[in-house]
Design a protein around this ligand. Sequence first.
Ligand code: FES
Length: 109
Amino acid sequence: MGDGGKWVRAAAVGELAEGAMKPVELEGRSLALYHLADGTWCASDNLCTHAFALLTEGWLEGCVIECPLHSGRFDLRTGAGQGAPIEDDLAVYAVRVEGDDVLVQVPAV
Ligand code: FES
């Protein structure tokens, strides 16, 4: 993370309330953008690492996203899986706010 990716606008700051999330397509990738309840922004792949499910259809609790399909959980600050059935961590991306824009750093393909 943070090594030379391209910063891409993902949303306007006002688009997502705290505690909300949404799917975003950036540079051909399906990502999820999260505005955590503490005001922090996070971004990750939207596809669960366990099977085919979109994390933005799950539940956001603090900094943890819970998958809608088998209730796997990931810590969005690190992408770390939080136990079974998750075996592979989730890719997470750097986010920064510039004025009214929320930018996500998308790695080069
Ligand atoms: S698909 Fe996400 S926990 Fe199974």
